[in-house]
Design a protein around this ligand. Structure first.
Ligand SMILES: Nc1ncnc2c1ncn2[C@@H]1O[C@H](COP(=O)(O)OP(=O)(O)O)[C@@H](O)[C@H]1O
Ligand SMILES: [Mg+2]
Length: 244
């Protein structure tokens, strides 16, 4: 379980808090979509969960462990439970799909092995399994730079799966993709969510995607959490509050 209390973030030199006393509990197996205008604090929020962004005050508990004040080395262990997918995929373009997927094993093995490209047969098999789950088996040996945007994000998801995550975080993972491709990515995320009961938190621009796929929607405005409910409760009034 993820438990966030009074989470506040102020960036250096900023006049205002980017996040203002956010309180939220997310149970195992929820699929939460996060809405808000540009600048509302969505990315800051996602990054505060895995401590890429340290809070100014407040706490984040992950399965009862307070993680906001953990040292970086301790946090690295916790972070192996958490994976992130990104708008611009964060892949290594000149490496193959398989090699990129294998970098998902980073958290659980010594870095020097990764640098030397030493992967065990078992690790490779796990990578092939992940690629099969995202329907990219046929592309395993292509360089990532040769893929379409949707395929690249599927590599991002395969790499995430290799880490056997308990929490999947997404920072606008479909913002660079066309509407049809975005829908297919969300279909895939839902399938993975259902099969693994993987707790999922994703920032998304497109309200219709949030309504179609989330089990719960939260809305930020100006650093404040102003909506937290089932997708069906997102009325036109709420929409206006979030976006205007
Ligand atoms: N690294 C940063 N340094 C200073 N201010 C930042 C930084 N990142 C974000 N901000 C500010 O914090 C607020 C929230 O930003 P962000 O979390 O990126 O919002 P969103 O993802 O919803 O667009 C904005 O006012 C933004 O300008
Ligand atoms: Mg953002």
């Amino acid at each position: 379980m993820l438990s966030i209390e009074n989470l506040t973030v102020r960036y250096p030199k900023a006049k205002e808090d980017a996040l203002k006393k956010i309180n939220l509990q997310v149970k195992e197996g929820e699929f939460v979509c996060i809405l808000g205008k540009s600048g509302a604090g969505k990315s800051t929020f996602i990054r505060s969960i895995n401590q890429l962004q340290r809070p100014t005050s407040g706490s984040v508990r992950w399965n009862h462990l307070e993680i906001t004040r953990l040292k970086e080395a301790e946090m690295r262990k916790v972070r192996t439970d958490m994976v992130m997918i990104f708008q611009h995929f964060n892949l290594i373009p000149r490496m193959t799909v398989l090699q990129n997927t294998l970098t998902g094993a980073f958290g659980s093995r010594p870095a020097w092995k990764n640098l030397l490209g030493l992967f065990t047969a078992e690790e490779k098999q796990l990578a092939y399994d992940a690629l099969s789950e995202v329907d990219l088996t046929a592309h395993a040996h292509k360089r990532v730079e040769a893929l379409s945007g949707g395929q690249k994000q599927r590599v991002g998801i395969a790499r995430a799966l290799l880490q056997k995550p308990k929490l999947l975080l997404g920072d606008e993972p479909v913002a660079s993709l066309d509407p049809n491709t975005s829908k297919r990515i969300f279909e895939l995320l839902r399938k993975i969510h259902e099969e693994r009961q993987l707790t999922t938190l994703i920032n998304v621009h497109d309200v219709s995607l949030a309504k179609a796929y989330a089990t719960r929607i939260i809305g930020f405005r100006n650093g404040m959490l102003i909506f937290d409910d089932k997708p069906s409760a997102l009325t036109d009034d709420v929409f206006t509050k979030i976006y205007e």
